[in-house]
Write a protein that binds this ligand. Structure first.
Ligand code: GLP
Length: 264
C-alpha cells in the first residue's frame, strides 16, 4: 500500500502528459478490465494524446477498461460538441479505443437528477470502484465541477457553476450566456474513493490553485486540497503551475532521487 502525495515538476506540457500517462498505463497493464476516472478540460489532453499513441503502437489495450467521467453540464444536448458526453467520446473513447458501452458520463438531462446521481454512484460501485482518477484543476481550485465550499464528503450531485468557471469555459461556447449554469459532478467524497488520483496542471494561471491545493490548509475553499486526505495522490505539473509553491526545490529533489522500487 502506497502512502504518499507526490509532486512532480516537469519542464513542459508534453512531459506532464508523458509522466501522468505512465501512471495510467501502469494501472491498465496490471488490470486491463479496471476502471478509469476521466476528466475533461484542456489539462488532461496531453495524457490522452500519449495514451492514444501507446494504444496505436499496440503497447496498451483499453478495449476492456471501463471509464467514468467526472461531470456533465445540466440541460446541454449530448449532440452539442461541448457536452462532456461529446468531449469524452472525441478525446478519450475513440482515440484510446475504449468500448463506448463501457464508458459512462453523468446524466445532465435526467428528469430526476438525484436518482440519476445515485445511479451513477451505484454504477461506480458495481464496477468495483475507480482504479485511477485523472483530474485537472480550475483556477479557483475546483476539481470535477466541485466549486469552492463543496462538501469534502460530497457525492455525485447537481451544482451551480460559479461565474468565474462559466467565464473560463465561455471560450468553448458561442457566447458567455450559452454556458450552462448548472452541472452534475462526482463529489469530492466520490473522488476520494478512487484508489489512485493523478492531477495535472499547466501554466501560471493554475499556480495559485496548485499552491493552495498542495501547501494550503485542507479546506472546502480550495476543493483540490482534499487530495491531501488521499493515500496515493500524484500531482504532475509544469514549471508555470509550480511557480507559487514554497517547497518546489524539495519536490524536485524527491523526484530526482525517486527510488527504483517505488512505482509511478
Ligand atoms: C472544467 C472541468 C474540470 C477541469 C477544469 C479545468 O470546468 N469541469 O474537470 O479540470 O475546468 O479546465 P482546463 O483543464 O481546461 O483548464
Amino acid at each position: 500500500m502506497e502512502n504518499q502525495m507526490e509532486i512532480v515538476i516537469l519542464p513542459d506540457s508534453a512531459e506532464v502528459g508523458r509522466v501522468a500517462a505512465s501512471v495510467i498505463a501502469d494501472v491498465v497493464a496490471r488490470k486491463p478490465d479496471g476502471a478509469l476516472g476521466l476528466a475533461t478540460g484542456s489539462s488532461p489532453l496531453a495524457i490522452y494524446d500519449e495514451l492514444a499513441r501507446r494504444a496505436a503502437a499496440g503497447e496498451l489495450d483499453f478495449s476492456r477498461m471501463r471509464g467514468f467521467a467526472l461531470d456533465e453540464y445540466v440541460g446541454l444536448d449530448y449532440a452539442h460538441p461541448e457536452s462532456y458526453h461529446a468531449v469524452i467520446d472525441r478525446t478519450v473513447t475513440k482515440p484510446l479505443g475504449m468500448d463506448p458501452e463501457l464508458v459512462s458520463v453523468p446524466d445532465g438531462l435526467a428528469q430526476d437528477v438525484p436518482a440519476a446521481c445515485a445511479a451513477y454512484e451505484a454504477a461506480i460501485d458495481a464496477a468495483g470502484g475507480i482504479d485511477v482518477q485523472i483530474l485537472g484543476i480550475g483556477a479557483n481550485g475546483h476539481i470535477g465541477f466541485n466549486e469552492p465550499t463543496s462538501s469534502l464528503a460530497s457525492r455525485t450531485r447537481i451544482k451551480t457553476l460559479t461565474p468565474k468557471t462559466r467565464a473560463d469555459n465561455a471560450r468553448f461556447f458561442d457566447s458567455p450566456e450559452a454556458v450552462p449554469t448548472h452541472c452534475v459532478t462526482q463529489g469530492l467524497g466520490t473522488i476520494l474513493r478512487a484508489r489512485r488520483l493523478v492531477l495535472v496542471a499547466q501554466g501560471e494561471a493554475k499556480a495559485e490553485a496548485i499552491a493552495a491545493a498542495v501547501e494550503g490548509p485542507v479546506s472546502a475553499s480550495c476543493p483540490a486540497s482534499v487530495l491531501q486526505l488521499h493515500e496515493h495522490a500524484t500531482v504532475v505539473i509544469d514549471e508555470g503551475a509550480a511557480s507559487r509553491l514554497h517547497n518546489a526545490d524539495y519536490y524536485r529533489y524527491t523526484w530526482a532521487n525517486k527510488p527504483e522500487w517505488q512505482r509511478y
